[in-house]
Design a protein around this ligand. Sequence first.
Ligand SMILES: *Cc1c(COP(=O)(O)O)cnc(C)c1O
Length: 354
Amino acid sequence: MEIAMTTTETLKSKPDDADLGFGTIFTDYMFNMDYDPDKGWYAPRIEPYEAIKMDPATMFLHYGQGVFEGLKAYRTKSGRIQLFRPQENLKRLNRSSRRLCIPEVDEAFVLDAMKQLITTEKDWVPDAPQTSLYIRPTIIAMDPYLGVRASHTYRFFIIFSPVGAYYPEGFNPIKILVTSDYVRAVRGGIGEAKTPANYAASLLAGEDAHGAGYTQVLWLDGVEQKYLEEVGSMNIFFVIDDEIVTPELNGSILPGITRMSVIELAKHWNEKVSEKKISIDELIRAHASGSLKEVFGAGTAAVISPVGQIKYGDQVITINDNQTGPVAKKYYKAITDIQYGQAEDPMGWIVEVI
Ligand SMILES: *Cc1c(COP(=O)(O)O)cnc(C)c1O
């Protein structure tokens, strides 16, 4: 399929790298394509970034049938632009789509479209340390219909947002709150799909956590409320004695690409790493016995986010004296060095754009 291109003369002014936050600034162009059952995915096109006009009955607006992805393009010191494991994001997009009854996309074609859009928008990829161009592929159900069923028509789009340094003040630990009042996902639910409803389900718990002075929520499983699952929009890792442990994927945990990268790097380095069920009680016991050395989150936005304090009921545990530990530092550096082209890529994770 040929990608059509509509250009515009009115370009936005680009912000200073120092003023970039997260997700507030959007670039000049977007990628769009549509789906209908007769044509399949059709009319792929790069066109000026603009509002999507929709019927108020559009199914996505009422029933949340949609999926999305999040990844970044990084500028290297030599000025090249590269992606980190984008094929994994597109595979996950299709897995999410299957769960939401959305037709799959051709992963190779979408990767090409993404690269073409990045090439069009190359001047929007910032170059200050820790900055990047955030990429948000999204699919939404478009039928104007109020009955409940899967839509017949869809819109796929990709938008870009230049984002600033996640750690402008240094790589400091966050505080997280274990909630027993709410659950994010349940067995057989949609927890492992990257779909808007999971975020809707998390908002109230997030507000409670913020109100109590915590940055994020650490979710327990939705069935027994006993096993650790993940944090906000990150997966979670524990260093217990000399082993790196993360909750095993169980259908309600989002399978993060940063998570997978930490596991694969640990194996590559012959470090002890395991994916298993771990309960909040085991975690508290590991802390009490002095075995819990570090806790950190892993996700595209922050890459690695050290955790210094966890609150569960009346108990507050402080990890590694509220300091960032050596394991978190090592994985943060290894992954970001690969992303920004400052180190060899022994794993074959980088896809060069230009
Ligand atoms: C996207 C996401 C993650 C992290 O996935 P990455 O691919 O590493 O960015 C973790 N948890 C949730 C709920 C997410 O939506």
